[in-house]
Design a binder for this molecule. Structure first.
Ligand SMILES: Cc1ncc(COP(=O)(O)O)c(C=O)c1O
Length: 313
């Protein structure tokens, strides 16, 4: 998945050519990881391109900035309008959306306050995160030797670029050990999440997921999955889960903007249930895709059509 190097990027309110969307090496973010970001998706629906839960992503972006005491130069509505303008300018029907708020160029030192707060949005085409087959067959994953951030160290609720140093350690270890993905525990040894996705396990027909207090990013797909599952009549529980729940689960799956809803077929070489996508995972996954593609009614108002003004919510 190399970048094409073409098209426009939104930088502080202006559309610039991809090749000109540069920042200086002395920018604070390069040295101290002082940025927060988002990852959202635009889907090619039957009624035209639509962003999935754009308002929720932009709200989380501004929440992340707030945690890091960054005064965003743009409001939620301005950022959402910037995304739609950029999708139209690049003529995408479906794409991944990456907004960033970062500390720019002024001076260097741990104190970030002298540096300006800048914003940018970029888009690219990003299909299936794993393989297409993984959506049906599931993934082989491992429990990582790396834990997620301890509470009151790096705030897990903020989608800060700095947190992805931890994610990279989890991901690299999994790849080098021959797995598709890693699942991290929290510092109490309970289940947390994957390197870039939330975790669900199913046992006796009940869907479980770790709570926000287990050092997870409060995922928007996680919230969507819980809502869709309840709409389908399933019981969903947010609870602290021990590691061994993975080994006795009937089903397990990941949820996130990039991975969408992806089944897990084994953990640490122990089969999850019969070792393939389970019926509850399939039901939730199918409904999720029907909604994002506009094939099922958008009863929760999750689709923001690219050709319509930013909806007031
Ligand atoms: C660490 C982590 N957890 C969970 C998620 C899933 O969040 P969302 O569904 O909002 O994309 C992501 C993806 O952004 C992530 O990076």
């Amino acid at each position: 998945m190399g970048f094409p190097g073409t098209g426009k990027i939104w930088m502080n309110g202006s559309l610039v050519d991809w090749k000109d969307a540069n920042i200086h090496i002395a920018s604070h973010v390069v040295h101290y990881g002082s940025a927060v970001f988002e990852g959202a998706r635009c889907y090619d629906t039957v009624r035209g391109p639509a962003c999935f839960r754009l308002d929720a992503h932009m709200r989380r972006l501004l929440d992340s900035a707030r945690i890091y005491r960054m005064d965003s130069p743009f409001t939620q509505e301005q950022l959402s309008a910037g995304v739609l303008e950029l999708i139209r300018a690049n003529k995408f029907r479906a794409c991944y959306i990456r907004p960033l708020i970062y500390r720019g160029y002024d001076s260097l030192g741990v104190n970030p306050f002298p540096c300006p707060v800048d914003a940018a949005i970029m888009l690219w085409e990003w299909g299936a995160y794993f393989t297409k087959d993984a959506m049906e067959e599931g993934l082989d994953v491992k429990v990582s030797t790396w834990a997620r951030m301890a509470p009151n160290t790096m705030p897990a609720m903020a989608k800060s670029v700095a947190n992805y140093a931890n994610s990279q350690l989890i991901k690299m270890e999994a790849i080098l050990d021959g797995y598709a993905e890693g699942i991290a525990l929290d510092t109490d040894g309970n289940l947390s999440e994957g390197s870039g996705q939330n975790l669900f396990v199913v046992r006796d027909g009940i869907i479980h997921t770790p709570p926000v207090g287990s050092s997870i990013l409060s995922g928007i797909t996680r919230d969507s999955v819980m809502t869709v599952a309840r709409d389908l009549g399933f019981e969903v529980r947010e609870s602290v889960l021990p590691r061994e729940m993975l080994y006795v689960a009937d089903e397990a799956f990941f949820a996130g903007t990039a991975v969408e809803v992806t089944p897990i077929k084994s953990v640490d070489k122990i089969k999850v249930g019969p070792g393939r996508r389970g019926p509850i995972t399939q039901a939730v996954q199918e409904r999720f895709f029907q909604i994002v593609r506009g094939e099922a009614p958008d009863t929760h108002g999750w689709l923001q059509f690219v050709d319509e003004p930013v909806a007031a919510r």
